[in-house]
Design a protein around this ligand. Structure first.
Ligand SMILES: *[C@@H]1O[C@H](CO)[C@@H](O)[C@H](O)[C@H]1NC(C)=O
Ligand SMILES: *[C@@H]1O[C@H](CO)[C@@H](O)[C@H](O)[C@H]1NC(C)=O
Length: 417
């Protein structure tokens, strides 16, 4: 009798849970629909909310592989690979051009899978490419170190340059080794994923020249003179704020247990969905024609991933208008660089073509700054290496836009030439 009751209770709980997992609405067509999400016919259930690249790939019929890469300094990163088109198996003999997608600040590889079957990873895989979505140290899929713990200060003692000089070459070498060729890799970065590509390909020019065929930059971030919005407001206080955090034993943003899961959970739901949406607009701009209320819960279930304070400090330094190495103060700079001020990254040294994709409504990566970057890259050589392309996007629309075919087609066109 007892076990019978237990079984009944368990079965009903299980049925509840399964039905809630299967059916409860979690996305709506318009922002205002979220307040009545349970009953509103404009709302539905999207299984990709809170899902993983592996499960999303499986759900839409794509081959998927997880690859673990260890950097020279011991950070363990996962590469998420979609090696071929829908309904094919991973290991077929056909050689495909590899594409390496690198995410932005506080993001991760799941961004390449954010739009369900209309995701960038799947479009490129269906177009005949071998797609590798990268993860940079510290994020959800790159949170291990050979030393073990990631809760110590040492793990989080890294900045943008550590990523550029370790995570990128480790991932790029790994891909070359897996596919048995190098020199043909198309690098697609978004936001910080563009910043690290410029640092890598100037400071490790030879490695970049041997491995990459082209760099595609979605929302390029290098010079930040014209950056608007929240970032501009906060940048001057970054040193002060990170100093306060460090002196209180906090080494990264997102450190308190559960902070980020709570943000993610709240931001995808009414009423916070409105507030969180406003914050992203204040930070990254707004493109009305590309806005999709139904992608917000997916976005917030993948974002934000933890970030180190060193990254924030270096970005705030860029807002001063120089794209230069970390500033350690006059004597620190003298020790490290042999000059009072940190040297600029000489982007004219980038050895491959750079395609700059600019969102016309982007508050962070603005057209003016992209034009400046373009002219800097093109100075120094007779042949123009950088080229600008405009899209009607805000900062995140490169992943979240309602209409992304023109973006994807441009990428395919570049990758095929
Ligand atoms: C669903 O959205 C349409 C506009 O697309 C709106 O007119 C309608 O009132 C919405 N339905 C509900 C139940 O809110
Ligand atoms: C890993 O351990 C080595 C040796 O103890 C230490 O020097 C290094 O700083 C550690 N790195 C991290 C990221 O914890």
């Amino acid at each position: 009798m007892f076990w019978y009751s237990v079984a009944i209770i368990w079965a009903s709980w299980y049925a509840d849970c399964v039905s809630c997992l299967l059916h409860a609405n979690n996305v709506c067509r318009q922002l205002r629909d979220y307040s009545t999400i349970e009953t509103n016919t404009n709302c539905s259930y999207n299984p990709d909310v809170g899902s993983t690249p592996r499960l999303i790939a499986k759900r839409y019929g794509y081959p998927f592989e997880n690859h673990e890469v260890t950097t020279h300094d011991g950070y363990i990163l996962n590469l998420h690979r979609v090696p071929g088109p829908r309904n094919t198996i991973s290991k077929n003999g056909k050689k495909r051009t590899p594409i390496f997608i690198v995410h932005g600040l506080a993001a991760n590889s799941a961004f390449s899978f954010m739009q369900g079957k209309k995701s960038i990873a799947f479009y490129l895989a269906d177009s005949g490419f071998d797609v590798w979505s990268g993860n940079l140290r510290g994020n959800t899929y790159a949170n291990k170190h050979i030393n073990g713990t990631v809760s110590n200060a040492e793990y989080w003692d890294f900045g943008i340059e550590d990523i550029a000089l370790n995570d990128l070459p480790a991932s790029i070498d790994y891909i070359a080794c897996q596919i048995g060729e190098k020199g043909n890799l198309i690098y697609i970065g978004h936001s910080m994923g563009t910043t690290v590509s410029y640092i890598y390909s100037t400071l490790m020019r030879k490695h970049a020249g041997e491995n990459l065929k082209a760099i595609i930059s979605m929302a390029p971030v290098a010079y930040m003179t014209n950056t608007q919005g929240l970032f501009k407001t906060l940048a001057p206080s970054t040193e002060l704020l990170t100093g306060i955090l460090k002196s209180n034993g906090i080494y990264y943003i997102g450190q308190f247990p559960f902070t980020f899961p709570v943000i993610s959970d709240l931001c995808g739901k009414y009423p916070f969905i409105n507030l969180c949406n406003l914050v992203t607009i204040l930070a990254g701009g707004y493109s009305e024609s590309q806005f999709q209320a139904e992608i917000l819960p997916v976005f917030w279930s993948f974002y934000p991933s933890p970030i180190s304070l060193g990254i924030l400090q270096h970005f705030s330094q860029f807002s001063g208008g120089r794209f230069a190495r970390r500033d350690y103060g006059p004597s620190g700079n003298m020790d490290r660089y042999g000059s009072d001020i940190p040297p600029e990254y000489d982007v004219s040294q980038i050895p491959v073509p750079v395609h700059l994709f600019v969102g016309q409504y982007d508050a962070i990566a603005t057209l003016k700054d992209a034009e400046h970057l373009e002219s800097k890259i093109n100075s120094g050589s007779a042949v123009a290496k950088a080229k600008l392309y405009m899209f009607p996007y805000d900062h995140n629309n490169f992943y979240t836009a309602k209409i992304s075919k023109p973006l994807f087609k441009t990428i395919v066109q570049i990758a095929r030439t």
